[in-house]
Design a protein around this ligand. Sequence first.
Ligand SMILES: C[S@@+](CC[C@H](N)C(=O)[O-])C[C@H]1O[C@@H](n2cnc3c(N)ncnc32)[C@H](O)[C@@H]1O
Length: 229
Amino acid sequence: MIKEIHEGVYVLRGEGADQLATANIAPGVQVYGERLVRFGGVEYRMWDPYRSKLGAAIRRGLHTLPIRRGSAVLYLGAASGTTASHVSDIVGLQGVVYAVEFSPRSMRELVMVSETRPNIVPILADARSPQTYRKYVSRVDAIYCDVAQPEQGKLAVDNARVYLGPHGWLMLAIKSRSIDVAADPRTVYGWEKKTLSEGGFSIEEEIDLEPFEKDHQFVVARYLHDANG
Ligand SMILES: C[S@@+](CC[C@H](N)C(=O)[O-])C[C@H]1O[C@@H](n2cnc3c(N)ncnc32)[C@H](O)[C@@H]1O
């Protein structure tokens, strides 16, 4: 049995445990060795919550998934495209995923993923300098930020100022040990959320990602400004 739990996100109920999945926009092609399953004429890609923080947040009961069919998404820290590929399935061919990554090695793999997924635009750039990719990116409905770096909240706010539309959304995966190894993770989450609030966001949802990821919090926030104001 298949149930759609968010737009474009499915749970497959079989004999074993429930599995998260998206409908594959590149039928027959795997991105990270995930299982492909056909059901009712549609091919689904299993989504591993141990390999994807967005998958983990959904498994942990995320209420608001601000990505839908046709959305434009700016994805910061795309790595080799594991989560970005599921976002690409969700937004579909009417949507677009601007995928920013600064590691040339990861970018090579991301470019290969984008060859079968025309809605992924791979951009080799440093997300700390949002102006440098201005000519490739238009205004977006949502920013997904998973750079696992200090000052990730500031980096997200800086990108929002340039690209996020009015009342747009941010999903931020906060990795506390990337910011301060010694501090209590809850203190670190608080610092990053304060940065978001001061940068014009209202925090709508926060989810700890245990047991899928240790010392990570996933935050969904709404932008109270538009990109030009
Ligand atoms: C935790 S991994 C991302 C995993 C990916 N989001 C996924 O779920 O498939 C963090 C990525 O952010 C990239 N990164 C870190 N700082 C960055 C920056 N300033 N600009 C662009 N990419 C950055 C790293 O190279 C790494 O590939």
